[in-house]
Design a protein. Structure first.
Lengths: 809, 378
């Protein structure tokens, strides 16, 4: 555990209980108590090690990692990295020991490797801590040194107590003032800080005992044993780097027998360790495995800056803001430094800390606004640093988990490309599909979806599989996300959801989450989706997102996943569309209107798929119909959209024929510009939506079109011609021909239904003879009992569609 | 033994008598005893010509109890950080710009800062669209000018000029309402700390202790945006809106009560629910997120400040009193809310309807409010 913040202290107490010697070279072993991830501690550790030059360095951490320590010197190893220990058969049980460049443990490790000293980890073996951690969270081992937020309240936070004693209400601020901001004055006693902090911790432990960290006693017993072993080997020429909290325990005099007794009979599992890359962002994460420091970037800066940290920090901030096109001059930097210094003085702090610098940046460089400040927080205070691990590091548990899944699902990774057809109704196939979807979420492109050949049913999936060697690298990279494919994919999806900026990205992600059955990630994704939808002012985006969601809902049904939350979000999205659509449909040009009409079509289809909440006097579909009605009746809405709205309402049976006729009459009356009217017709009957059939069947509508068309003035006719051509050329040839015949017959027949059955039209009259001809086939299709052998279709020059349509009428 | 004490000892009796009669006494008079007690207890270093140390100024604004038992009332309720940054800014001789929507106590804070720092909050330039350059630099006494020609005697110094000469804190209210060319006169004053008087071939140099506090409204843009040259000379502190709904409900109801009494409106005992509702609606739309933090919302273009919430409730009370049954109901405030929220008829209306449909409709006990809003929005 190297990770947690904790306090730092002392070395001084030379071990066997001797009083802390503060002289230039106190006798070893040197106990260097640190705060995990404390740059001040790191610097002090380096100074102390330089001064003492011990032959062996013992570090708090899992001893199984000893074999991996040499990798830390590898040029390809770049912090932040983490030691990862996991149970061999169960990668989900894992612990991380993150190390950043400014971690004292990392500094000690690198110093020892560079100086050729023996280096060992001396904490309780991960085999025991993982076994014990079965019932408690994985980060148990890290917990001990005091990350304030992660532990139950009865555990004491040593730094918090010390800060409180010193009259600080913020432990971080106290720590910064007392330790991190101490100048490394040349010539100062390199052991001084450790002595002081060690004494403080000793006092604390006298007062609080184990402070609620009961497992510490066992760990400390193990550390003492290891220390004894090292001293047998190297004499007193040994330095120990551990959490300050443990220093008094290591200095304590106990008997070997007592320690042995403590360590007896500990549960054990088989554990494996490796290095994994880490990020600053994960260091900043308070929950989970994170080490729980808020400002790794700031700490890294404090550690890296040779001098004048505040001035350098402000310059960095100014640089970042300039990159983002904010005007920040050197004068700003000067004033910010001055303000930070004065603020610190006023608050009685020796040097400006992160709070003061942040306040100063806000007031001077950001004009009091928090928005650019958020950028500084994200990019500098936390930072984007990504660690790297050399290839020689052992395989990550993710790879093992993958291998196991591959074996159990009988999916061999083969370089040869092959097709895989999955039937999602089968258990194994569904599991295979999930695995492939999860991998693709992780960027491990082993399988690629291909168009289904056999069936178009939603329960079928086709994949093209091909294992490329570099995919192993991808697996290793994906190791940062988690130790199992499921956990990693979940973490990745959650992070993508949070980072996505475009609504469409998140809906796509939601779809993939359902396909991959990442039910844990779904709430996060849904939340992001709802947020993004709420803020998106472009109805077009919402309209684009809804169909995907509706589709996702249906997939969810097929796979039996929980989709209630998804349904809720989709409904919310639909509500927003209902509200925002009418204003968005006004003032569009022709292309915009066509685009919008397509969107409305999609939304209309999607609306039908949404679950209908039983609440309220009006249902969602009612409201959607009301929106369409409003669109249909509003003059400022583009003609194409009005026409389509009327059509959709007609198809849904929400408008009767008379109403439709009224609408059409209005749209096609003389007062309407011909272009607008033609667009209306396109919207109403255009496209492959079977609009032609409508005209064929309703002579009144056809007559309206006919009348209007003949009334179009000659000079306007050439304008509307392309549009009309587009509308009518999309019809099937049969429909076109019938329409033509109907028109040729002339509008004179619009009166009572044409009685003569032989007429080629489709009026109210029925052509008994032709109807009888298709009847047997229809019976066959509908599964009704047939009488007599089906009469063969009468050879006819009419396309079949005409017949069927005619009968249908 | 601060200057203020000497001042008040000398001119004290007359000034204080006048202050007692004043409808609204200046901060340095109203809280004279607190300032005196602070100055007595204050042993920290004071910048030149400051009446108090920066620490004591912060205490004066934020409140506290002095060792001698004097209770300092809080003048500003809000984040400590804001006050600390503001005071520190003045101590670093940078000008201070207080930004915030109306009703966030900008003027109040600036008056108390000036009172605590310089013991005088009256060196004030009120910014308006008609504020001339003379109000910031100097004017002339034309009778003198014509009779004796240009001289120091004929010159009428502005509050800013006086503050420079005496090392005091000057205040400029509503800086963004002042025309841009007039604003820019401040640049020389703030960067060179001098005010040239070309007519006399002289200048007035600021002595130590001079500083300037400006206030501006950061929501109603389109007035006179500060030039970046001027902006650069200010440290900016944004005064936030009330942090919690309870705090805001409290402010609104107290103020509504005061206003109602002066307008002789009958008290509406049942009105608390509606006030809470108005504040909730305003806060949610303003913050762009529902009170439970679960749903994000779009924010309309209006300010939706506490001050507007107060006027909506007052208007509703008047409606209820004169045209209703005297009880403040949803219908009485609905129209007022609509007016405050929908400033831009196109975009804001959509935002409002979205809010109604996705948030208000589902909320328990808000049915009547939803119906009332639907009625007025239709």
């Amino acid at each position: 555990m190297t990770a947690l913040p904790s306090a730092a202290p002392d070395t001084a107490a030379p071990d066997a209980g001797g009083p802390a010697a503060t002289d230039s070279a106190p006798p070893g072993p040197w106990l260097l108590g640190v705060r995990h991830h404390g740059p001040g501690s790191a610097r002090a550790v380096r100074a102390a090690l330089e001064a003492a030059r011990p032959r062996a360095v013992l570090i708090e951490g899992p001893p199984e990692a000893d074999g991996l320590l040499a990798l830390a010197a590898d040029p390809d190893m770049r912090p932040p990295v983490a030691l990862l220990a996991h149970v061999v058969d169960d990668p989900r049980r894992a612990s991380f020991w993150p190390m950043a460049e400014f971690s004292p443990e990392w500094v000690a490790l690198r110093w020892a490797l560079d100086a050729g000293a023996e280096v060992r980890f001396i904490d309780l073996p991960a085999a025991h801590s993982l076994a014990a951690g079965e019932e408690s969270p994985e980060n148990e081992p890290e917990a001990e040194d005091g990350a304030p937020d992660e532990r139950p309240t009865l555990r004491i936070d040593p730094i918090g107590v010390l800060a409180e004693t010193a009259g600080y209400d913020d432990p971080e601020a106290w720590w910064e003032d007392v330790v991190e901001h101490r100048d490394g004055t040349p010539g100062a006693d390199p052991y001084g800080p450790f002595a002081v902090l060690g004494e403080a911790m000793t006092a604390l432990r006298e007062a609080y005992g184990d402070g609620g960290h009961a497992r510490d006693l066992i760990r400390e017993a193990h550390m003492r044993q290891q220390l004894r072993a090292a001293r047998r080997e190297f004499g007193d020429d040994v330095a120990v780097v551990c959490g300050a909290w443990h220093v008094p325990a290591l200095a304590e005099k106990t008997t070997v027998a007592a320690d042995r007794a403590l360590l007896k009979g500990l549960p054990k599992v088989k554990a494996e360790l490796t290095w994994v890359p880490w990020t600053h962002r994960r260091l900043a994460r308070r929950s989970g495995y994170g080490a729980g420091i808020d400002s790794p970037g700031w700490y890294g800066h404090l550690f890296g800056a040779p001098d004048r940290p505040v001035e350098r920090w402000m310059t960095k901030v100014a640089g970042l803001l300039r990159e983002e096109d904010r005007q920040v001059s050197s004068a700003h930097v000067i004033e910010a430094v001055r303000l930070a210094g004065t603020l610190a003085a006023m608050r009685g702090r020796p040097l400006p800390g992160l709070t003061e610098t942040t306040d100063a940046v806000r007031a001077v460089m950001c004009e009091g606004s928090d928005m650019p400040l958020a950028l500084v927080q994200d990019r500098l205070v936390v930072g984007d640093v990504l660690g790297e691990v050399p290839d020689a590091a052992p395989a990550v548990p993710l790879q093992r988990d993958l291998t196991r899944s591959q074996r159990s699902l009988r999916l061999k990774p083969e370089a040869l490309e092959r097709e895989l057809e999955l039937d999602l109704r089968k258990e194994t196939d569904a599991a295979r599909s999930r695995l492939l979807h999860r991998l693709s979420l992780l960027g491990i492109g082993w399988g690629e979806r291909s168009a289904s050949r056999g069936s178009t049913g939603t329960f079928r999936e086709s994949w093209r599989l091909r294992w490329e060697p570099e995919l192993s690298v991808r697996v290793a990279e994906a190791g940062v996300w988690g130790t199992t494919v499921l956990a990693a994919a979940t973490a990745r999806a959650e992070s993508e959801a949070v980072e996505a900026t475009v609504l469409g990205e998140i809906t796509a992600l939601a779809e993939r989450c359902l396909l991959a059955e990442l039910s844990d990630a779904l709430p996060v994704v849904m939340r992001a989706l709802a947020d993004r939808a709420a803020l998106d002012t472009d109805v077009a985006h919402l309209a684009q997102a809804l169909p995907a969601l509706a589709r996702t809902l249906r997939y969810g049904d097929v796979r039996g996943t929980e989709t209630a939350a998804l349904g809720e979000v989709a409904t919310g999205l639909a509500e927003r569309i209902c509200v925002g659509l009418p204003p968005a449909c006004t003032g569009l040009d022709a292309d915009g209107a066509t685009e919008m009409r397509r969107r409305i079509d999609d939304v209309h289809t999607a609306m039908a798929l949404l679950p209908e909440a039983p609440e309220g006097p009006t249902t969602l579909r009612d409201r959607w119909a009301a929106v369409l009605t409003r669109l249909a009746g509003r003059d400022t809405v583009a003609g194409e959209i009005r026409g389509r709205a009327v059509r959709l309402l007609l198809d849904d049976g929400r408008l009767d024929d008379t109403e439709v006729e009224r609408h059409m009459g209005l749209a096609l009356s003389v007062g309407t510009p011909p272009g607008e009217a033609a667009a209306w017709i396109e919207g109403f009957v255009g496209g492959a939506s079977g609009g032609g059939m409508l005209l064929v069947h309703d002579e009144r509508l056809l007559a309206l079109v006919d009348t209007w068309l003949t009334g179009v003035p000659a000079d306007a006719f050439t304008d509307v011609l392309p549009l009309l051509r587009r509308t009518f050329s999309a019809y099937e040839p049969g429909v076109r021909r019938t329409l033509g015949e109907l028109v040729r017959r002339g509008p004179g027949t619009t009166g009572p239904a044409p009685a003569d059955a032989g007429a080629p039209g489709f009026g109210a009259g029925l052509d008994e003879e032709r109807a009888a001809a298709v009847e047997p086939l229809l019976r066959l299709l509908l599964g009704a009992s047939t009488h007599g052998p089906g009469a063969p279709l009468e050879p006819s020059d009419h396309p079949a569609s005409d017949h069927l349509a005619g009968v249908g009428k | 033994m601060t200057v203020s004490e000497i001042n008040s000892a000398g001119a004290g009796s007359g000034v204080e008598a006048a202050a007692a009669e004043a409808l609204r006494p200046h901060a340095e008079h109203a809280f004279a005893h607190e300032l005196k007690a602070l100055a007595a207890a204050d042993d920290r270093p004071r910048p030149a010509r400051w009446q108090l140390s920066p620490w004591a100024v912060a205490t004066y604004l934020l409140g506290g109890t002095l060792p001698d038992g004097t209770v300092i009332t809080p003048k500003y309720v809000g984040p400590r950080r804001i006050v600390e940054v503001a005071v520190t800014t003045l101590a670093t001789d940078r000008a201070l710009l207080l930004l915030g929507v109306p009703g966030t106590a900008k003027t109040w804070v600036s008056e108390h800062l000036a009172a605590a720092v310089s013991g005088d909050s009256t060196l004030l330039v009120q910014g308006t669209a008609g504020t001339p350059e003379e109000a910031i630099r100097y004017g002339w006494n034309y009778a003198q000018l014509l009779a004796h020609g240009p001289s120091r005697d004929a010159l009428v110094p502005s509050p800013v000029m006086r503050a420079m000469a005496e090392g005091m804190t000057a205040r400029v209210e509503e800086l963004t309402r002042i025309p841009a060319d007039v604003q820019d006169t401040l640049i020389t004053i703030l960067s060179e700390k001098t005010l040239p008087i070309p007519e006399l071939g002289q200048e007035t140099q600021a002595v130590r202790g001079f500083n300037l506090i400006a206030t501006a409204n950061d929501r109603d843009r389109g007035v006179n945006e500060l030039s970046s040259a001027l902006r650069r000379r200010f440290n900016t502190v944004v005064l936030p809106l009330p942090a919690t709904a309870e705090e805001e409900v409290d402010i609104v109801s107290r103020r509504v009560d005061q206003l109602g009494r002066s307008l002789d409106l009958p008290a509406a005992p049942e009105g608390m629910d509606e006030i809470r509702r108005v504040v909730t609606v305003f806060r949610e739309l303003r913050d762009g997120v529902t009170g439970d933090g679960r749903t994000k919302l779009k924010s309309p273009s209006g300010t939706l400040s506490t001050a507007e919430a107060i006027s909506v409730v007052t208007g509703g009370l008047a409606l209820a009193a004169h045209f209703g049954d005297g009880v403040l109901r949803s219908g009485d405030v609905a129209a007022g809310i609509l007016g405050a929220v929908v400033r831009d008829p196109a975009a804001d209306r959509v935002i409002w309807q979205e809010y109604l449909e996705t948030v208000v409709r589902e909320r328990d006990g808000w049915k009547d409010f939803y119906r009332a809003c639907r009625e007025v929005s239709a």
